[in-house]
Design a protein around this ligand. Structure first.
Ligand SMILES: NC(=O)c1ccc[n+]([C@@H]2O[C@H](COP(=O)([O-])OP(=O)(O)OC[C@H]3O[C@@H](n4cnc5c(N)ncnc54)[C@H](OP(=O)(O)O)[C@@H]3O)[C@@H](O)[C@H]2O)c1
Length: 275
């Protein structure tokens, strides 16, 4: 049995569907089973990663764990609870910033999280994805209501990755025996700028969308509404375009046998979110 956390989110919802299609026994963790939409054949269990004692029913019969951290949990306590319940293998989503920007707040936090998994006493596999294509959902309301996206770093390319590809890699890693104690760095197939992403969404919708460049100062103030100032600062630096990106990595195709999906494929799959 595989326990999938974040099972209603960008990666986890695809992962539980893929496992169900392959007939692999899987259980979806959610904080609210009444709201959770999961395919038939997948067990649903309630639990909160922020309260490890609430996870006890979730561990029943589980050998492998897909762990998507939410940022507010004590990962050490979650993994202790998993190990004590008999879980043998953890696949954790980290961030490629652990490699490219180890001194940034997010990269440094990712390295710490990875160390907790390495020290957990279970076998582990770490997935280090780059920026998710699904971050474009942050623009959905502006696109629906105004057809205009305002953002900084409009011409800074980034090899964004479709969360469905992260799910496909996770599915292989969870069901094959050859991925233990390995780290996979995951990117999409090509660098795509925010301006190009907005135009891709427009093509899929059949609408002319406008991209308006925000100043760095405006972007910094916007981000500070959602995150600590030092994290906002490091994201603004990443967006400035002077920053070193990760390049294109081959791990999605190496592990799954299929090339990673393009941003425009992601946009076509999620067009309804922008209508
Ligand atoms: N976005 C990026 O560009 C990027 C890049 C690299 C790495 N990452 C990593 O990816 C993760 C976030 O991915 P995302 O933004 O795509 O998230 P997401 O999948 O949208 O996350 C939401 C999921 O987390 C679950 N969840 C939230 N709080 C929970 C809690 N306390 N207990 C149990 N489950 C909880 C939600 O389940 P319910 O609501 O059903 O309970 C939902 O399934 C982070 O770990 C981040 O570091 C993100």
């Amino acid at each position: 049995m595989i326990l999938v956390t974040g099972a209603t989110g960008n990666i986890g919802s695809v992962l539980v569907r893929q496992l169900a299609e392959q007939g692999v026994p899987a259980r979806a963790l959610t904080r609210d089973a009444k709201r959770a939409v999961v395919p038939s054949g997948v067990d649903v269990v309630e639990g909160d990663l922020g309260q490890p004692e609430s996870l006890r029913p979730a561990w029943e019969g589980v050998e492998s764990l897909f762990l998507l951290q939410t940022g507010n949990e004590d990962t050490e306590a979650v993994l202790r609870s998993a190990r004590e319940a008999g879980v043998k293998h953890v696949v954790m989503v980290s961030s490629l910033l652990a490699e490219t920007h180890p001194d940034s707040p997010i990269g440094g936090g990712a390295i710490q999280g990875e160390q907790v998994v390495r020290d957990s006493g279970m076998s582990w596999t770490i997935l280090r994805p780059w920026e998710f294509a699904s971050n474009a959902l942050w623009w959905a309301q502006a696109i629906r209501e105004q057809g205009v996206v305002r953002a900084a770093g409009g011409d800074a390319g980034s090899p964004v990755i479709d969360p469905a590809d992260i799910a496909s890699v996770a599915g292989r890693v969870l069901t094959e025996r050859t991925h233990e104690e390995r780290i996979y760095s995951l990117t999409g197939p090509a660098e795509v700028t925010p301006r190009e992403r907005v135009h891709s969404i427009g093509r899929v919708l059949g609408r002319d969308l406008v991209f308006e460049e925000m100043t760095v100062e405006e972007e910094r103030e916007r981000l500070k509404q959602f995150m600590p100032a030092e994290v906002a600062e490091s994201m603004v630096e990443n967006d400035s375009g002077d920053d070193q990106g990760p390049g294109i990595r081959t791990a999605v195709e190496d592990v799954t046998g299929a090339p990673p999906r393009t941003f425009e494929q992601w946009a076509a799959d999620h067009a309804d979110s922008f209508r």
